[in-house]
Design a protein. Structure first.
Lengths: 197, 197
DNA sequence: AGAAAATCATACTATTGAGTTTGATTTTTT
DNA sequence: AAAAAATCAAACTCAATAGTATGATTTTCT
């Protein structure tokens, strides 16, 4: 592969990086192409060589975000101590969903999917869709549940209880509060499915 | 009160009605003042006589929305049969939070509170903030819980499990699914607090 | 070295939309 | 009926911004 191809790839990524930051912080409408070009250290002309329009840049960027999203809370499910695995996963899950990065992304998706529902497909085509599936497998294997989907859904919903407040402008919970909430929700789940640690 | 004052009040409301619809369906940035004026059957000039700027119209409209929001699921808590009260409330709560009206409002608030967190205060200064408080009272009186806040939060969070999907563009659940989900979440709650129907 | 592709710098077009201005018309008050 | 307040109709200013055009410069390939 020649240097031209390499550079193309680098530029593409530089543009999508800048686009991601601006779309996240400003939203689709207010993010502007001149500034995306500037942040990417590239001419607007070049942006348009790679992406024919703002909306197509947006779609490509969403997909890019889905692919490059870094969650590590999944790893906790490998822990051999089942209760420990659940508690650690829970804390990581809550922390991630309250992180500024994720909240901005969520805001963006929620706002735009109102007008163009198909847009979020791009994001989820690669991304976090399978968290539920992975959890269900864990519940089936480790907790011996024959119908794990329901408890999984209830549990993750409980874990997200703190998010609405933050989304609507309430102060970010402290680490202490996050920790405690994750524990309470998880204990509640375990009691509900009669699991003995 | 003279006719002028009456008319002022009517016009103000007509403008905010139109503004509400447009802000909800288009979002703050894309909603435009010419169209708001047109929908309100009023001149743009008149809009500006009542509201000095778009942002101030927006704030006033949010407050107006908070005040005029019609939820009726609260009434179910008066039902003397406690389990019945919970189940009916649950269904009404889920239905409301999945209604197109509420989803659009939520989208709007989530999108805008990212840039101006204080903006949602206007909405919640009157509105649904106290659902939690009312529920806590119910849990304390009817279920004899000494610390009701935690279960209330977990329960409402479980009830909202279906919302994320819809927010991100998944198909609206059927009435059947809503009903079933509300029942399951409520049963899970009751089991968790060892309540015997 | 010289051709070809990509990028740069910059200016331009065209549209949209917030907020203003002006002067005529209607409605309410006294 | 006449003064005063509110509204209308319509044109205008001004800034922002998506997307295009042009011609010079740089980078890569052969």
């Amino acid at each position: 592969m020649g240097k031209i191809e390499e550079n193309k790839e680098r530029k593409r990524r530089a543009i999508m990086n800048a686009a991601r930051d601006l779309f996240r912080s400003e939203g689709f409408v207010l993010a502007n192409m001149d500034r995306i070009a500037a942040e990417a250290q590239v001419t607007k002309q070049t942006v348009y060589r790679y992406f024919p329009s703002k909306i197509e840049l947006f779609e490509a960027t969403l997909k890019f975000m889905g692919e490059s999203s870094e969650e590590h809370f999944m790893d906790h499910l490998e822990n051999p101590d089942t209760a420990e695995a659940l508690h650690r996963f829970a804390r990581g899950f809550v922390q991630f969903h309250l992180s500024e990065e994720h909240l901005e992304t969520f805001r963006l998706l929620v706002a735009e999917s109102g007008k163009a529902p198909e847009i979020t497909k791009a994001f989820f085509s690669v991304g976090p869709e399978d968290t539920g599936a992975r959890l269900s497998r864990f519940f089936a294997e480790r907790l011996k549940l024959s119908a794990p989907d329901q408890p999984v859904r209830l549990w993750t919903a409980m874990l997200l209880a703190l998010r609405d407040g933050v989304l609507l402008g309430r102060a970010q919970p402290t680490d202490r509060e996050i920790e405690e909430h994750a524990r309470i929700a998880t204990d509640f789940l375990l009691a509900g499915i009669s699991f003995e640690g």
